[in-house]
Design a protein around this ligand. Sequence first.
Ligand SMILES: C[S@@+](CC[C@H](N)C(=O)[O-])C[C@H]1O[C@@H](n2cnc3c(N)ncnc32)[C@H](O)[C@@H]1O
Length: 266
Amino acid sequence: MKKISPFHRRSAEELDDFLKKLELQAIETAEERIPLYIKVGIKDAEMILDVGCGPGMVTRDIATLTKGIVIGVDASEEMISIARNVLSDYDNVELLVVGDAHSLPFKDETFDITTCNLLLMWSKDPQKVVNEMARVTKRGGIVLASLEPDFGGKVHWPENPKVDKIFAGEAIKRRGGDPYIGRKLRQFFVRAGLETEIGIGNSRIWSCEEDKAYYLHSRDYYIRVLKEAGLSEEEIDQWEYEYLKSLDEGIELNFFPQFYAIGRKV
Ligand SMILES: C[S@@+](CC[C@H](N)C(=O)[O-])C[C@H]1O[C@@H](n2cnc3c(N)ncnc32)[C@H](O)[C@@H]1O
């Protein structure tokens, strides 16, 4: 089976799938992220950095919730140029810059809040990224990792032994990510010298209607992942038929924990 690098050049089709997935993910996770932004005092923060901002859909939520200056950084030029479009109407988004989270292009103690969403799971050295986030944060400021999943805690019913394991970590690993990043957050934050609070952001189980809407919106992405994992068209058709049937019957249940970490720099 082919291993895919997270930085491989995406085709136009893959890019479209990826953006659709991130956009929907940003909408669907807003109920988990927004209380965290409020809790860490984003409204009154003066300088906020979103690390691994991607196409800017999460950065947009941050910019809406604060009067402060928002800066985004991402390793991908493609993502930054999309983010510049997505955020062009937001006057408080001052800078969107290409840069590596392992060596952030900012001075020590620049930001009141330094945040990331779904970045650490894709980072080569997550400890180094959290250390960097702590470095650029002011004393008394906050480092926030708003959502980092742990697919080891994934619960899914009805079972499909062939497909479940692909979506419970294998696909993320093949793409170069760490599906078990959630459980490691405390270690990264404590070792970065931060006063740390860990929690699970998503306590609500989605309804079958929500799961179905999410699946249909991101269907191309899921089918591509199953093809990359080596499933035949027939196996994919059979799985999809059974999956949609369980959703229509209203019996499907899917859950995996999304951890967050709040670290105060003392
Ligand atoms: C799953 S996307 C999440 C984007 C955005 N935070 C969101 O939640 O919609 C991960 C993003 O992290 C970026 N990324 C991965 N490794 C990075 C690194 N070392 N430095 C900066 N950005 C990185 C990718 O280019 C991608 O845009």
